[in-house]
Design a binder for this molecule. Structure first.
Ligand SMILES: [Zn+2]
Length: 121
């Protein structure tokens, strides 16, 4: 998933930049806010949905009264996530098994050398 990160120059619209660790998936109306993790913010226009499974962020969705209801925006986000998970599972199923990958990685690492800066004195 491609992310847009908020910063002091581009503050999170949910917490207005109280923390700088908020983000949003590109092409979505979802905000993952690191300040309002389990509660609604006082910022109008955003609806608190729930904390993320790891409880690091609160999931907020744009609810600005425009023609697209927030439920539809959440469905789009979930669909995007599901598609991404399927793509990731497909990639994993097409890659080498972990033991074989580890074996090849070790062979590759053994062929590399250290620079003088990497040597312990
Ligand atoms: Zn925020």
């Amino acid at each position: 998933m491609s992310w847009e990160y908020f910063s002091p120059q581009n503050p999170c619209p949910v917490c207005d930049g109280i923390t700088s660790d908020c983000r949003k998936p590109r092409d979505s109306d979802i905000i993952l806010c690191h300040h309002f993790i389990d509660t609604q913010s006082s910022t109008p226009g955003y609806k608190f949905i729930k904390p993320t499974a790891d409880r690091i962020w609160g999931i907020h969705v744009l609810d600005d009264g425009e023609k697209e209801p927030w439920q539809q925006r959440i469905e789009k986000y979930n669909s995007l996530r599901d598609r991404e998970k399927r793509t990731q599972r497909l990639k994993q199923s097409q890659s080498l098994p972990i033991q074989e990958r580890s074996h090849h990685n070790r062979i590759m690492l053994q062929s590399l050398s250290l620079d003088d800066d990497h040597q312990k004195s």
